[in-house]
Unconditional design. Sequence first.
Length: 192
Amino acid sequence: MTSELWDAEATSFDDQPDHGLREPAVRAAWSDLLLPLLQPAPAAVVDLGCGTGSLAVLLARAGHVVQGVDFSPGMLAVAEEKAVGVEVDFRVGDVAEPPCPPGAYDVVLARHVLWAMADPAAALSAWVRLLKPDGRLVLIEGRWFTGAGIAAEECRRLVLAHRKEATVTRLDDPALWGGPIEDERYVLVSRG
């Protein structure tokens, strides 16, 4: 998809419970999932393909130093509005080659982004270069009922081409998604 298409989606993107994190129970479920996966605050986190910034803002409110990158100015405009009162550095950029300094981050986070990359292996290579030596790669992905996405085993294989370990945990808790799901959703964590 082009940035213009994502710009057009920006005003309604947060209508999905897991996108906007508007419901306290959904927001709490994402907080409970993500915060234990990260180093203690204030970790340096880059949220690649941050969209409307829901996860970036959630992590910044927890005390992390967060940068969000997305190629859609429309999505980032919504993210900036959402970030009022909390500091997040949002930048327009292509997450296939993020406009970020190498070796600067404790955590590289991407949610539902890797599957959409034209060359997932090259994107992962670029993302891993952003990490400090003991940094963590946190990927939230899935293979949806529509056939889109990336299966957990394929994602793990791609990550292991660049990292020594990768742990996959299924994300089938309805609280994360605002209701029951029937497709494959997971988080992959690769620690330094």
